[in-house]
Design a protein. Structure first.
Length: 381
């Protein structure tokens, strides 16, 4: 059986170019020992050995991925990547997020620690010293705890020291939301395409990854529904974030009309085309929601005088839940139907019974058009 190896890091001199840092290790995959080496970077990029050592942490983990019992956190992370961070078990964004946090935070600080040497108080003090928001610190704790649970599952350890680490995920400030009046003023400032996007996101609560992955075949004009079947994250088409998201979502006639107006103008209006395609890529991929937010929506917010709010695509989900809670506080019928679903800090709107989702879509769409709130509540309450 292969044994753990640390590899060797050394500086290689060059005559006509800057010196480089080289990492060398041996490989037994072919049945015989063969030495391999890889240039890590020049001395201009990595000014000292400490920076070079930090840059080879992930590579050092990978060369031990197929070896037996891990000895340190770095080896355990390599084993976890190999067996758990796979496309069959995890979503693409989850894999990328875990890898980033491993390489950026966990391995540089804890990679060289033996598994039994990590102490609860040490981890707690380390998290307190970090700059990121409390929710990000809680995420780091969760991933580090997952690593140790992975070791317990393989019977390499019997105790998880991270389970006793105390962290808080309390938000530093409340999420900014748009009122129905602000939502209406914003929609009036947008182009046909961007108005359709904002109305769709604001009245249904779709995630941006689900919205940009929609094709025209997903829109059912007869039943006035949109079928959520996939998501698009960083130009990768895949499954939705949760199974409960894969359900039809009702559309109000106002929203459906906005979508059909956009389809009449779009160059890509076939059934298999994306609702919001990237023109630069000739419609083969959906457009970047960040680009629309930066170039269109935020300037439109400034033109309407809506300032001091950090508005993103996820704000539409928070705004939807907030506006529904506001209506539920006035309408007894709506409150009884929706209280268990949207009264909490986090909204699970996709789990609301279908008639309530239809009513919610109708409610938000009417309010975004400036309809009389009191008259509407008389009709539903």
């Amino acid at each position: 059986m292969s044994r753990f190896q640390q590899g060797s890091l050394f500086k290689l001199g060059r005559k006509s170019r800057p010196d480089v840092w080289v990492f060398r290790w041996y490989d037994n995959s072919s049945g015989s020992r063969r030495y391999k080496k890889q240039i890590i970077g020049s001395v201009i990029e990595l000014r000292n050995r400490r920076e070079a050592e930090r840059s080879v942490i992930a590579l050092r983990s990978s060369i031990n991925a197929d070896v037996g019992t891990p000895r340190c956190v770095c080896d355990l992370a390599a084993h976890y990547r190999l067996h758990e961070l796979t496309v069959e078990k995890k979503a693409f964004l989850t894999i990328e997020g875990h890898r980033f946090l491993f390489e950026r935070y966990i391995e540089p600080r804890w990679g060289h620690f033996r598994l039994g040497a990590v102490r609860t108080i040490q981890v707690e003090e380390w998290l307190d010293s970090l700059v990121p928001a409390p929710s990000s610190k809680a995420k780091l704790k969760s991933i580090l705890s997952t690593l140790y649970n992975h070791a317990i599952r393989y019977e390499w350890l019997t105790f998880n020291p991270i389970s006793r680490v105390r962290t808080s995920s309390k938000r530093l400030h409340d999420k900014d939301v748009l009122t129905p009046g602000e939502f209406q003023r914003l929609a009036e400032q947008l182009s046909v395409r961007d108005r359709a996007m904002v109305l769709l996101a604001g009245s249904t609560g779709l995630r941006r990854s689900e919205m940009i992955a929609l094709t025209w075949s997903d829109v059912d004009t007869r039943t006035m529904e949109v079928n959520v079947l996939r998501s698009c994250v960083r130009n990768r088409i895949g499954k939705t974030k949760t199974e409960s998201s894969r359900h039809p979502v009702p559309l109000h006639p106002i929203v459906l009309s906005a979508l059909l107006n956009w389809r009449a103008e779009s160059r890509y209006a076939a059934e298999t085309d994306f609702l919001f395609p990237a023109i630069r890529l000739k419609g083969t991929r959906p457009l970047s929601p960040d680009s629309v937010l930066k170039k269109s929506i935020r300037p439109a917010l400034a033109r309407t005088g809506i300032t001091g709010k950090q508005i993103g695509w996820h704000s539409s989900r928070h705004s939807l839940a907030t506006n529904l809670r506001a209506l539920a506080s006035t309408s007894r019928w709506l409150r009884n139907c929706c209280a268990t679903r949207v009264a909490g800090r986090r909204s699970t709107f996709t789990l609301v019974p279908y008639p309530i989702k239809r009513l919610a879509a109708r409610t938000v769409a009417l309010l975004s058009q400036g309809r009389n709130r009191f008259m509407f509540l008389q009709r539903v309450g």
